[in-house]
Design a protein around this ligand. Structure first.
Ligand code: ZN
Length: 603
């Protein structure tokens, strides 16, 4: 069975037109760059909000009805489509051994801890359009290809991000529109000069783009249709027919003249080996051409990045319990939508790629004690610390940690656009830029606005914490104060207070189950171990929660013994749904909330 991608999507769309930050009427000459087409339409992107398709009542009803559960294995494919109108969507599918694709519709929490090409097992009821899954954590498990379940924790950095990247750019046009809007030399310059320089600078000289541009080939597809996997197959076939050895390359890019049936300016898998990206032509004032930002953005996806968002709490607060997340809102990151240029990827994204805080890369310092800390100009790297990282919170269910990332951006290299006063306010290079990001979640990069009250005409163009200004997160017990920012770096005071979680306590909680795979009727024995400074902590109450593959929960509690261990057991019923279950534990030791989680499979 081969199903067309397209009907099962998570859409990013502008839900908040005219909201306080993005009132189009007040923007001066604002020409947002939107994936290949410059549009004088105000800040349509700045209202773009991530919307899940989880509200689909039909899918929810179908899942609850149960239906015929099926279990499938294959390779996960994650495809972003960055639409020219400022929307975007991400499509998940399972590529089976015979090459056919089954669209996957997640009602909640689509998997953001995996990459294209990861071997997974999925379970859920079939729908006409594919498979419906309750969530990426309960109905999808990563396997080694041989069947055993693997950890849900992703490896950081993601693979294949260092050294010369061998890229094959295949130029194709359509049988009913066989035009060649740019030359092979043009494409070589876009990919192996401009984009190569961008990747080299972002990676502090550790990663580059090499390879070839081939084509133009005319493929047996119509310009009035848009089937990305068909375009890929036909482009590969054409290249092979012309004598190209595909095995010499680890990244494929399919570039074609403007195809209006493809609403996207660019599209790409997240990760993958080989990775695959699609570059649609654009019609700009200078004619039909390629677009540097689109290429740099899609390559970011291909390397393994999700989007860089903005975290919007309105005009009175920087952080809040229910922010609006602006999908493309990070205007200082190529994985968002920066104006006029390709900005550096932020520290969370670079840490994910290993270009910071890994091997020979510049470091990110994890701050746990009060003091004044200095950081390099972000773009330059070198000796010393390139960014600071401070814990913000720990997820009560998964145990995943969310961090603040602090950077001192300067208008150098690919960030030289920061001197552009049409869009940017110079606040960015005179303050400390603060993002949050969560371990294990590729989709967690959020830029914070340290000036939420500024007039709408400035929009999000002044997000940094300026010299002399402070930002306090009372819940995390931490206060940041920017002391200085110059062309030689930044200095920031970080103060912890009370029982703030900023000081990484030595208290620890772990949880394990007595087996990793069960059948109905068996009893799951969960064992939680509490310690502090390596010593068992006795007589504390541990809360347990088991989340089943359909999302329902069983909870209970038990106290630790002298050995620091608490045991909790549940019996699996014959009616319990097969799939991955999450076993979580939670306790408080010396005022510090601790969480731990593991998973098991019910067959
Ligand atoms: Zn994108």
């Amino acid at each position: 069975m081969t199903l067309a991608l397209g009907d099962l999507a998570f859409l990013f769309h502008d839900a908040d037109h005219g909201e306080k930050k993005g009132t189009p009427m007040t923007i001066k000459l604002c020409v947002p760059r939107i994936f290949g087409c410059a549009v004088i339409a105000g800040l349509m992107l700045l209202g773009s909000t991530f919307v899940h398709a989880q509200s689909s009542p039909a899918a929810t009803a179908q899942l609850q009805a149960g239906g015929s559960q099926v279990q499938l294995e294959g390779e996960l494919e994650i495809l972003f489509q960055d639409l020219k109108d400022g929307h975007g969507r991400v499509l998940y599918s399972l590529k089976q051994a015979d090459g056919s694709r089954v669209p996957l519709q997640f009602l909640k929490n689509p998997p953001t801890h995996l990459l294209t090409g990861d071997h997974v097992r999925v379970s859920g009821p079939r729908s006409s359009g594919g498979l419906i899954l309750y969530s990426g954590s309960t109905n999808l498990s990563k396997t080694t290809g041989g069947g055993s379940t693997a950890t849900i924790t992703p490896s950081i950095p993601v693979p294949n991000t260092f050294g010369a990247q061998s890229v094959l750019v295949i130029l194709v046009n359509f049988q009913d529109d066989p035009i060649q809007p740019y030359t092979v030399t043009d494409a070589q310059n876009y990919f192996f000069v401009s984009a190569n320089n961008f990747i080299q600078e972002n990676s502090y000289g550790q990663t580059s783009l090499t390879g070839a541009v081939v084509g133009w080939y005319t493929i047996p597809d119509s310009v009035t249709t848009c089937n990305t996997s068909q375009i890929a197959t036909d482009a590969q076939n054409a290249a092979v027919a012309a004598g190209v050895n595909l095995a010499n390359y680890t990244r494929y890019v399919y570039a074609f003249p403007q195809n209006n049936a493809c609403g996207f300016g660019g599209a790409s898998n997240v990760g993958g080996n080989p990775s695959q990206s699609w570059i649609n032509g654009t019609t700009g004032p200078g004619g039909v051409s390629l677009d540097t930002h689109v290429i740099d953005h899609e390559l970011g996806h291909a390397f393994g990045l999700w989007h860089s968002h903005l975290y919007d709490c309105g005009t009175t607060a920087t952080i809040c319990s229910t922010p609006s997340i602006d999908e493309y809102g990070d205007l200082l990151d190529t994985m968002g939508v920066p104006q006029t240029a390709s900005a550096h990827y932020n520290a969370f994204q670079k840490e994910r790629l290993g270009w910071l805080n890994y091997g020979a890369s510049p470091s990110i310092q994890t701050v746990q004690t009060s003091g004044t800390y200095t950081i390099n100009p972000y773009e330059l790297g070198g000796v010393g610390t390139n960014a600071l990282k401070v814990i913000k919170s720990t997820d009560s269910v998964t145990g995943a940690k969310t961090w603040y990332y602090l950077e001192a951006r300067q208008a150098v290299g690919f960030d030289a656009f920061l001197t552009n006063s049409t869009y940017y306010t110079q606040n960015e290079s005179n303050g400390v830029l603060i993002h949050v990001g969560t371990d294990g979640n590729g989709n967690a990069s959020d830029l914070l606005d340290m000036t939420p009250a500024t007039p709408t005409s400035n929009g999000w163009f002044d997000p940094a914490l300026a010299v002399g200004q402070s930002f306090q997160d009372a819940a995390a017990g931490v206060t940041f104060t920017t002391e200085s920012v110059t062309s030689s770096g930044g200095s920031v005071s970080i103060q912890f207070s009370g029982a703030g979680s900023g000081t990484l306590s030595t208290a620890a909680l772990t949880v394990a189950t007595d087996q990793t795979i069960y059948v109905p009727g068996q009893t799951v024995s969960m064992m939680a171990t509490a310690s502090s400074g390596g010593t068992p902590v006795a007589n504390v109450s541990v809360s347990f929660a088991v989340t089943k593959a359909n999302g329902s929960q069983v909870t209970g509690s038990a106290k630790t013994g002298r050995n620091g261990i608490a045991i909790y057991k549940i019996r699996l019923r014959q009616t319990d749904p097969p799939g991955t279950y999450i076993a979580g534990a939670n306790t408080t030791i010396k005022g510090k909330v601790l969480n731990a989680a593991t998973q098991f499979l019910l067959q």
